[in-house]
Design a protein around this ligand. Structure first.
Ligand SMILES: O=c1ccn([C@@H]2O[C@H](COP(=O)(O)O)[C@@H](O)[C@H]2O)c(=O)[nH]1
Length: 234
């Protein structure tokens, strides 16, 4: 049965052993797992297989950004791996995203394809340096609209943008939000952050949590504490 939890735990480790040690402390009924660039670059598709064997649904977070043909082929291969979700950068443009969606659909594995709008580590000053003289929310809205128009299943954004995006794009367009910080945990390199209960109240569908759970002395307890904070609010 598909996992009902909104939590996606990012296993940002280099080695399979480290990642699986944390995965073994987690319950696939209570969270999904995100595999990103560091772990996938070291371990390759075998880490996906290992997590699937442990019954986790996997978000393969490689944020593809290249010409349409290259991204479409990569997304098709990711979908063939049977991952639950894969992503691209929305700034790759409409033709890139449409090609990627087509390739994912052709795989026939039900993989969801989403696009990154503005990284949660970025704030207005970062956009200014890129020549974008606007608030993150304005760029997020623009790229989310392009993502929706290109036929993708949702976007990566910050939870801070969810109250605006959810009514704009509706229940079927997933908002996947990193930059989630339980009370008391350090923001680190994240800039647009929110607590788990506030993120749910803001309308997010899925929240990605890495270091606050994966680097905790007890990841199982850290995950349970997040889930308890959500239940207390419900
Ligand atoms: O905009 C984005 C897109 C992806 N991420 C990824 O999410 C996790 C967050 O980890 P934390 O340790 O909870 O900060 C990480 O794997 C990023 O690559 C993101 O943070 N922001």
């Amino acid at each position: 049965m598909a996992c009902q939890s909104p939590i996606i735990v990012a296993l940002d480790f280099q080695y399979r052993e480290q990642a699986l040690e944390v995965a073994d402390q987690l319950d696939p009924a209570k969270c999904r797992i995100k595999v990103g660039k560091e772990l996938f670059t070291r371990e390759g598709p075998s880490i996906i297989k290992a997590l699937h064997q442990k019954r986790f649904e996997v978000f393969l977070d490689l944020k593809f950004h290249d010409i349409p043909n290259t991204v479409a082929k990569a997304c098709g291969v990711a979908a063939d791996l049977g991952v639950w979700m894969v992503n691209v950068h929305a700034s790759g443009g409409r033709r890139m995203m449409e090609a990627a969606r087509k390739a994912v659909d052709q795989a026939g594995t039900g993989t969801q394809l989403i696009a990154v709008t503005v990284l949660t580590s970025m704030e207005r000053s970062d956009l200014t340096e890129l020549g974008l003289d606007l608030e993150p929310i304005d760029q997020v809205k623009r790229l989310a609209q392009l993502t929706k128009d290109s036929g993708l299943h949702g976007v990566v954004c910050s939870a801070q943008e969810a109250p605006i995006l959810k009514p704009m794009f509706g229940a079927d367009f997933s908002l996947v939000t990193p930059g989630i910080r339980p009370v008391g945990s350090e923001a680190g390199d994240q800039r647009r952050v929110m607590t788990p209960p506030d993120a749910v109240a803001a309308g997010v569908d899925y929240m990605v949590i890495g270091r606050p759970i994966a680097q905790a002395s007890n990841p199982r307890v850290a995950l349970d504490n997040v889930l308890k904070s959500l239940a207390a609010q419900a």
